[in-house]
Design a protein around this ligand. Structure first.
Ligand SMILES: Cc1cc2nc3c(=O)[nH]c(=O)nc-3n(C[C@H](O)[C@H](O)[C@H](O)COP(=O)(O)O)c2cc1C
Length: 379
């Protein structure tokens, strides 16, 4: 049976459910063009704003690796080390809306069947800032963007009314979403920060404001490690560092936990999953929890900047998976979306051992490590 990769998500028709997330892989027309040629079903542009953007001096992102030899997590490159995570303190796009507008149009004209979502961000402190959100939304959709992703999460913000400072305030989440929905003719997705006590609260606020989907997770707040030789942070400017965002394999289980909370709380809503995806097996966990699409950043950055091999593996994995499950009648992602959502329950609902094995509630073995052999102590 022929497999069907296509889907409709928030009313948008996708060739396949795999998108490049808003980040360096989608920061330019040439990158997005290469991404579409490589097979990505969609892209979310690097976040576009109206305020001037000046990044820190030097590197804006680096990768941490670890190896069985030293078990260190370090940005230092060494042979045989495997990717642990990305770390970045990059701001939103340093290009203006005027720079982006004709590019969005040209890209959509060249790739009418691919999906382009414009990521946008403004402040929220007053009506003028809310009007900025509307200006960004109206321009992007006017140039042909298929949807809008509201950046409610950027973790490197000093302004109290921007980025994750919106995502941490349910009132602002709702007000900004509503302001964008007032002018939006295309679907509106809200990308939330994972750095709150209960992401369900902010998601509920976005849905109250009219959001068509929630996107999670963004990077997790983190700082780089201190080099034991130099006693300097592995990434710093003049010895100083500030909180940045962790992405890649290290955040996969953390992002899945956030997604499970969301899809369980709102089983009938739309979700796009992000965090630590580099091949189909990881994407599958997000689909099985209830996501309709997934997005990739770190893995693509490390694969020729836009992930041609990553998308090849994602598509091949999806085709193989659907082929294997043709016997179950599964023809597309919709047929297995959410199949494991209900398996996440309260700890108290998880079965305990039978009473014979339960030792009245106490384990006989001490701790997790295997018992040490008796060693004769000489006195
Ligand atoms: C260098 C860098 C820049 C990023 N810039 C943005 C951005 O401008 N807007 C945005 O929504 N997310 C941004 N992100 C977050 C990613 O889109 C993504 O949510 C995050 O990296 C987790 O996915 P991953 O584990 O596949 O990397 C950035 C990530 C990195 C590493």
């Amino acid at each position: 049976m022929a497999v069907d990769r296509s889907l409709t998500f928030t009313g948008i028709q996708f060739e396949n459910p795999f998108l490049l997330s808003s980040a360096p892989p989608t920061e330019s027309e040439s990158n997005i063009t290469r991404a579409f040629e490589a097979g990505w079903g969609g892209v979310v542009t690097k976040t576009i704003g109206l305020h001037p953007v000046v990044n820190v001096y030097g590197a804006k992102a680096k990768f941490m690796r670890t190896s069985p030899e030293d078990a260190n997590v370090s940005m230092k490159k060494r042979p045989g080390a495997a990717l642990h995570s990305s770390w970045n303190w990059e701001l939103i796009s340093d290009k203006t809306l005027e720079w982006w507008a004709p590019r969005i149009r040209r890209i959509k004209e060249a790739f009418p069947n691919k999906v382009l979502i414009a990521s946008i961000m403004a402040g929220s402190g007053n009506d003028k800032e809310l009007r900025h959100w509307q200006e960004l939304a109206e321009t992007a959709q006017g140039e042909g963007a298929d949807g809008l992703e509201l950046n409610f999460f950027c973790p490197h913000m000093d302004r109290r009314d921007m980025g994750s400072n919106i995502g941490k305030d349910q009132g602002l989440c709702s007000v900004v979403t509503e302001a964008v929905k007032e002018v939006a003719k295309v679907p509106v997705w809200c990308k939330l920060t994972p750095a709150t006590a209960d992401i369900v609260v902010e998601a509920a606020a976005c849905f109250r404001g009219g959001a068509d989907a929630i996107v999670s997770s963004n990077t997790f707040p983190s700082i780089p490690l201190i080099d034991p030789e130099t006693l300097e942070f592995e990434i710093n400017v003049d010895g100083f560092v500030s909180s940045g965002g962790l992405g890649g394999p290290a955040i996969l289980p953390l992002s899945l936990a956030k997604m499970a909370q969301l899809t369980k709380a709102f089983p009938d809503k739309n979700f796009s999953g992000i965090g630590g995806i580099s091949d189909f097996n990881q994407a599958l966990s997000y689909f099985a929890l209830g996501c309709g699409t997934v997005q990739v950043c770190t893995a693509a950055m490390l694969d020729q900047a836009i992930g041609p091999n990553v998308i090849r593996k994602l598509l091949a994995g999806l085709d193989r998976f659907l082929g294997e499950h043709a016997k179950d009648g599964w023809k597309n992602v919709e047929d297995f979306r959410g199949i494991r959502r209900d398996r996440i329950v309260l700890q108290s609902e998880i079965r305990r051992p039978d009473s014979a094995d339960y030792h009245s509630g106490y384990e006989t073995v001490e701790g997790y490590a295997a018992p040490q052999p008796e060693v004769a102590v000489r006195v």
